[in-house]
Design a protein around this ligand. Structure first.
Ligand SMILES: Cc1ncc(COP(=O)(O)O)c(C=O)c1O
Length: 389
């Protein structure tokens, strides 16, 4: 029989994170620090709002760009000083992934390059490549605090560069670019006439009182930035699948037409739950407080383990320790840690070349599990290094 798949489909492969999930199956006494998802459930009041919506008849298609009331609430909550127009400059999407996917499909002509700082959430590579784009990594290291500079980015700009993608705070490192860091990148985008895609999905999860601007807020940037955000991480709503994009009308309108044709809309009840969530920002503050305590627990615990080096994450719920003093191969390290101590982490290589020698730990887990996993990692590392180097 013929192979019915397209050439493009042949290129699709499961990544290293999925490989780790496969290995985790059936492991007893497992503590998984591998998942990029909040451990807490959606707040019961938000769940109730979703259920109420279903009972009240929100069971139909919605406008393709999402309910106007939700878009109005988004406009009032996110970057209110930029006053994004609910009609034309905001689209509600199937998670932030839906926003990124439709965005790249309306942006990319074959061969267009998108600059992506590394280590990076690896899905960007597929999201950019599938419509024919070329992701261009810009590497960073722990010594740079996992932050790229405008000069690093400038060195990668070619005649084919269309956009710079910035994920702030970062998955997988938890690093946060400050206004100072962002200012020069914004200026570079203006000077070189580039679009900026600012993925701010972890933007509400910042610690120790840190506040950072959106790239859209810098001079002349509103018209050349698409802000990506959503409800998954800050509101513990991964399964509801509600994200959104804010940006120039010409781009958002095309995304909306594409969404109309391939997805139609985000489920009505999820939109209503998200709309209610925006009236409960108190739940986000609580979430931030809890993650900050867990961040401190994990950072302090790892810092005590000889051979492991980390920088203190200032946002999101990840930490990205350097384990290169203990093991040559992060993938083998993770597989051995899983086999010997039943703790699952993701090898840093999964996040690009500059993730080599690192592992990603998600501390969105219970305090009890985090304490236990730290003890297991300490035990593992104290025996491991000697044999492996
Ligand atoms: C950096 C980044 N952007 C976007 C997403 C997608 O989030 P959503 O659940 O809203 O699709 C994720 C999810 O892990 C992420 O880490």
């Amino acid at each position: 029989m013929r192979n019915f798949l397209s050439d493009k489909a042949a290129w699709l492969h499961q990544g290293a994170i999925r490989a780790m999930f496969d290995k985790m199956t059936g492991v007893e006494n497992l503590i998984s620090l591998a998942v990029g998802e909040p451990d807490a459930s959606t707040h019961p009041d938000i769940v109730a709002a979703g259920c109420r919506a279903l009972k009240d008849g929100y069971t139909r298609y919605t406008p393709n760009a999402g309910y106007m009331t939700l878009r109005e609430a988004i406009s009032a909550t996110f970057l209110p000083e930029l006053a994004y127009k609910p009609d034309g400059e905001i689209i509600v999407t199937v998670g932030a992934m839906g926003a990124l996917s439709t965005l790249f499909h309306v942006l990319i002509s074959p061969g267009d390059e998108v600059i992506v700082p590394e280590p990076t959430w690896v899905n960007y590579y597929t999201l950019i490549s599938f419509p024919g784009g070329v992701p261009v990594p810009v590497r960073s290291s722990i010594d740079q605090g996992f932050k790229v500079t405008a000069q690093d980015i400038e060195a990668k700009i070619t005649a084919k560069t269309k956009a710079i993608l910035i994920n702030n705070p970062s998955n997988p490192t938890g690093a946060v670019m400050t206004d100072e860091d962002l200012k020069e990148i914004a200026q570079l985008a203006v000077d070189k006439d580039l679009l900026v895609i600012s993925d701010e999905i972890y933007g509400m999860l910042l610690f120790d009182g840190l506040q950072v601007k959106s790239l859209a807020q810098f001079p002349e940037m509103r018209e050349r930035t698409v802000v990506i955000n959503g409800f998954s991480k800050a509101f513990n709503m991964t399964g509801w699948r509600v994200g959104f994009a804010l940006g120039p009308e010409a781009i958002i309108r095309k995304m909306t037409i594409l969404q109309e044709n391939i997805i139609s809309c985000v489920p009505a009840s999820s939109q209503m739950a998200a709309q209610y969530a925006l009236s409960r920002l108190d739940t986000v503050q609580h979430t931030v407080d809890v993650y900050r305590e867990k961040r401190d627990l994990v950072y302090d615990g790892l810092a005590k383990i000889s051979g492991i080096r980390c920088i203190k994450p200032m946002g999101a719920f990840y930490i990205f320790p350097d384990i290169s003093a203990v093991a040559n191969d992060a993938t083998k390290f993770c597989y051995d840690l899983l086999a010997m101590e039943s703790v699952a982490c993701v090898p840093g290589d999964a996040f690009g070349e500059s993730g080599k020698g690192h592992i990603r730990i998600s501390y969105a887990n219970s305090v009890e599990n985090l304490k236990e996993s730290l003890a297991r990692i300490q035990h593992f590392v104290s025996h491991y290094g000697i044999e492996e180097l």
